[in-house]
Design a binder for this molecule. Structure first.
Ligand SMILES: [Zn+2]
Length: 372
């Protein structure tokens, strides 16, 4: 009798083990269509049995990854069982990435420079220059691909940063840590007073995209790899095993780190005339003329967006030609909105340089502040 009860318990345990939900690990990377990412996906899926790796990319990339799988994995296990490859085009990838991240238990962020090396980090000398010179200087080059920098904004919106592991080459760690410190919105601030009349800029002039790297200070951890780790298969390299351990550590955490506000994935994509609770502060916002996922920076407070066509009619020809009063990017890069308490004032936030501006009665844009 006792033996039978034990057998039943054992069988129930085995059934529940089989029914265990497969955990989702999303792999974000600097470059789509690139072999090191595929090799990483293949190597890692071999090390993580109960995990499904999710990647978003082009149809050609999906096929290349499938081909690589069948070339290297001589097993009967199907590709779909271990890897979820979501096919997306230029218009739909943002929505697909937000939806995949909405279901993610862990995220691996593979960062690499756009060219052979990273752009030079030049901290400007401000002794002879003023604030105006600093803010009219060009923005620093993008540190890596624009898409992956945009995806870091999604990690923050979905409170996924504490579940994000940075996977980078060991020679890149110093540079990235320096950029992260420079891109931080708080801390030492952007300027230091040198004497009664001069200040010195402590950071290069970073665009909204580059500034996303500062958010990575809130990541779970960073795993460094060597070039050969990602070029060959199969190789149980130390760095790959470390990455696997870190993924398992993240998966063992509670489902989500509690935050003051937990947005839903549905709220973070598309347009809607209905108010939605959105980052950065969880206030009700109406965003109906642009897709939320296309925005780099969403302004705080209760806001409603303004039809860009209406703003264009109010702007003077000179203002349209000039673009953003700070970084001179095209007008279409500026998000226009009103705050619910002051409908008469049309405000703008540049999605390129993060500048806040107001639309004046004479059809010009007045740069108000850079406060984050
Ligand atoms: Zn701008």
């Amino acid at each position: 009798m006792r033996n039978q009860a034990a057998r039943t318990r054992k069988a129930r345990k085995a059934r529940s083990r089989n029914a265990r939900v497969q955990r989702s690990v999303v792999l974000l990377r600097s470059f789509k269509d690139d072999t090191p990412s595929w090799t990483l996906a293949l190597n890692l899926s071999a090390l993580l049995a109960d995990v499904k790796l999710t990647l978003v990319g082009s149809e050609a990339e999906g096929q290349a990854l499938r081909d690589a799988w069948f070339r290297t994995r001589q097993t009967k296990e199907s590709f779909e069982q271990h890897i979820e490859f979501i096919t997306a085009d230029d218009n739909s990838w943002r929505r697909h990435v937000v939806e995949a991240l909405g279901k993610a238990d862990c995220v691996i962020l593979h960062l690499a420079p756009k060219r052979k090396t990273w752009p030079i980090l030049r901290v400007p000398h401000m002794r002879k220059e003023g604030f105006g010179d600093f803010f009219s200087a060009p923005l620093m080059d993008l540190i890596t691909g624009p898409s992956v920098l945009h995806e870091i904004a999604y990690l923050e919106r979905l409170n996924l940063l504490p579940r994000t592991i940075l996977w980078i080459h060991r020679s890149h760690a110093g540079y990235l840590l320096r950029i992260m410190a420079h891109a931080l919105p708080h801390g030492g601030g952007w300027f230091k007073r040198v004497d009664a009349t001069h200040v010195r800029a402590l950071t290069p002039r970073l665009s909204a995209r580059n500034r996303q790297l500062g958010k990575l200070c809130g990541r779970h951890g960073m795993v460094l790899h060597r070039s050969r780790d990602v070029k060959t298969y199969p190789r149980r390299s130390k760095s790959l095993l470390e990455l696997r351990d870190q993924v398992l550590l993240v998966l063992s955490k509670e489902r989500r780190i509690k935050s003051h506000f937990q947005p839903t994935t549905n709220a973070l994509v598309g347009k809607s005339p209905l108010p939605r609770r959105l980052p950065p502060d969880g206030e009700l916002k109406v965003i109906q003329f642009v897709n939320v996922e296309d925005l780099m920076r969403i302004p705080p407070f209760r806001i409603s967006d303004v039809d860009p066509a209406t703003v264009l009619k109010s702007l003077s020809a000179d203002s349209i030609a000039l673009g953003c009063p700070s970084c001179q990017c095209p007008i279409k890069q500026i998000f226009f909105y009103t705050r619910d308490r002051e409908h008469s004032i049309v405000r703008g936030r540049c999605q390129e340089c993060e500048g806040y501006m107001t639309l004046e009665d004479d059809g010009t844009l007045f740069l108000a502040t850079y406060l984050l």
